[in-house]
Design a protein around this ligand. Structure first.
Ligand SMILES: NC(=O)c1ccc[n+]([C@@H]2O[C@H](COP(=O)([O-])OP(=O)(O)OC[C@H]3O[C@@H](n4cnc5c(N)ncnc54)[C@H](OP(=O)(O)O)[C@@H]3O)[C@@H](O)[C@H]2O)c1
Length: 349
């Protein structure tokens, strides 16, 4: 596929956002990361070509931060987009590219192999950030049903995670990645990583949207100089049906969000992004539609929410986790809640 796909030529847009005006966050290394990124997971609805085109389109209107992962199955085409963006005049240093090691590549040998494959696909010399996508080493086929269980699924075993982390640290030593981080963690797991890491996580990517604010974990990250990156920042309204349950709530239908959207004359999705940026996490909204991704970036530089609106949104948390991770369960008759250490201790094997 990569052979026949021709990326869109990058042409800076006249109606875009000046990337220098987009707020940034400082990491503990001193590096600056743009405070809004673009997601690249098509949730099985959009082709790799469509997403790769959107990456160029998003750069044209001012996006500089892209949230990638090997498991999204599109890094080879996004690599062509990045080449087009840089050929069009955007220097590599202006871009912030994140990727993630997938669960079947944990352990001693495979993390470095996986990162090298990602670098080859993205056609880059280094990544700005490399994350461990999930703390569980477990293969499941892309698009599998929530009741799929891998026969070799395992609980979180800290010693094993640290074997993976040591490889992540080596990637920094070798200059292949500038920062490393975690994703889909919990406080007790991250505490152990902080205790044992030689190179501290710079970021933690976690589900964050108005109906799932994870206040305690969010604050824990800040207190430990770990920048939270918020995935599914709009509440992933169009995620696959297999990831929906009857109890899930819909952020963009919340009356508080809708009322603020009415005041600002924007889509409720945009209110979710504004809230995220002003609260201090870095949202990585996904969209392949130009008017949507333009709105998602522009909202970070104009018409902020008022303090009162920020307080109102703080009050609509419903503790509604959408990405429950059922496919990672390792025993029969377990609840997805076992993955998230709700009582503050790591669920034993
Ligand atoms: N680390 C992890 O484990 C993890 C897990 C999940 C996601 N992620 C990352 O987070 C990114 C975003 O998550 P997500 O795709 O689940 O959810 P999301 O960003 O909350 O929702 C995306 C959907 O919202 C709609 N949307 C976006 N901008 C809009 C706007 N301005 N106005 C109206 N609607 C808008 C789009 O719907 P339409 O397409 O219908 O227009 C889009 O498909 C992913 O792409 C991925 O990079 C990471």
């Amino acid at each position: 596929m990569a052979n026949t796909y021709v990326p869109k030529a990058y042409v800076k847009a006249d109606d875009g956002v000046n990337p220098e005006l987009v707020p940034g966050k400082k990491l503990y290394t001193g590096a600056a990361i743009p405070a809004v990124g673009m997601g690249t997971f098509g949730s099985d609805r959009f082709s790799a070509e469509k997403i790769a085109d959107a990456v160029v389109g998003a750069a044209e209107i001012g996006f500089r931060h892209f949230d990638c992962a090997s498991v999204y199955g599109n890094e080879d085409l996004i690599g062509l987009s990045l080449q087009s963006i840089m050929a069009g005049g955007v220097p590599r240093e202006e871009l912030w590219i994140t990727s993630k090691v997938w669960n079947n590549m944990h352990g001693e040998g495979k993390v470095i192999e996986s990162c090298k494959k990602t670098l080859q696909d993205l056609k880059l010399d280094y990544l700005d950030l490399y994350l461990v996508h999930w703390p569980f080493p477990n293969f499941h086929p892309p698009g599998c049903a929530p009741d799929y269980r891998s026969p070799d699924a395992q609980a979180y075993i800290h010693e094993d995670f640290m074997k993976t982390w040591r490889q992540m640290e080596l990637l920094v030593d070798r200059g292949l990645v500038r920062h490393i981080g975690t994703s889909n963690m919990t406080i007790p797991k991250l505490k152990l990583v902080i205790r044992d890491a030689r190179i501290q996580p710079a970021c933690n990517e976690m589900e964050l949207h108005p109906h799932f604010q994870q206040q305690e974990f969010f604050q824990f990250c800040l207190d430990n100089r770990i920048q939270p990156i918020g995935f599914s920042p709009i509440g992933s309204p169009t995620r696959p049906d297999r990831d929906k349950t009857a109890q899930d709530t819909v952020d963009i239908e919340d009356p508080v969000i809708q009322k603020i959207a009415g005041r600002l004359q924007v889509h409720p999705a945009v209110v979710c992004i504004k809230w995220a940026v002003q609260r201090g996490q870095i949202p990585v909204p996904f969209s392949v539609r130009r008017h949507e991704y333009l709105g998602n970036l522009r909202c970070s530089v104009e018409n902020p929410l008022t303090e009162d609106e920020m307080k109102q949104i703080a009050g609509i948390d419903k503790n509604c986790r959408l990405i429950k991770g059922q496919v990672f369960l390792w025993k029969d008759n377990q609840s997805w809640e076992d993955l998230w250490d709700l009582d503050g201790t790591i669920t034993p094997p």
